[in-house]
Design a protein around this ligand. Structure first.
Ligand SMILES: O=C([O-])CC(=O)C(=O)O
Length: 162
């Protein structure tokens, strides 16, 4: 699996580091793959909808407005993601069920934990162009997340990597 540091060394400024304080929660300590996006403003209805579909090895990047007021993913959604062949989930927000997440065979990266669940009103948007930590991310970009951080690379640059 590609390491985020190697991707940064190879691509320089073409590798976009998401400058936030990421923590790894899943049993797998890395997630690499093409990006699918979802906006989830303190409401994880669309996160569930996305993870109910086949992941095909993609990484779901969740724009949660960096809120730590509620959890956008917990043990059930992590299990769903692993079952449906998602390579990982990157949540710019909070997750919960820490002790279940660490046993689930998928990469899960988030900014922290919160024991409160999110709204279920269907707010948000699938496949949106999003911005996390000031970095623009669109479906089809590639992501490398590991213990060093989370890096986004445009498809054209990704294909130039050895
Ligand atoms: O359903 C939710 O809101 C999040 C959760 O607790 C889970 O995924 O288990």
């Amino acid at each position: 699996m590609k390491a985020s540091a190697d991707v940064c060394d190879a691509l320089g400024e073409k590798a976009h580091v998401l400058p936030l304080s990421w923590q790894s929660f899943g049993k797998l300590k890395g997630a690499v793959g093409p990006v699918a996006t979802v906006k989830a403003p303190e409401d994880n209805t669309l996160v569930r909808e996305a993870l109910e579909k086949p992941g095909f090895g993609r990484v779901l990047v969740v724009d949660g407005d960096e809120s730590l007021r509620c959890a956008l993913l917990g043990g059930n959604l992590a299990e769903l993601a692993a079952t449906n062949s998602w390579a990982g989930v990157v949540v710019a927000g909070a997750v919960r069920d820490h002790d279940e997440l660490i046993r689930t065979p998928i990469g899960i990266f988030a900014l922290g934990t919160c024991p409160r669940k999110s709204l279920k009103r269907g707010l948000g948007e699938h496949d949106a162009a999003i911005r996390i930590g000031g970095v623009a991310i669109a479906p089809g970009d590639h992501i490398v997340a590991d213990a060093d951080g989370v890096v986004v690379v445009a498809k054209s640059h990704w294909e130039s990597l050895p």
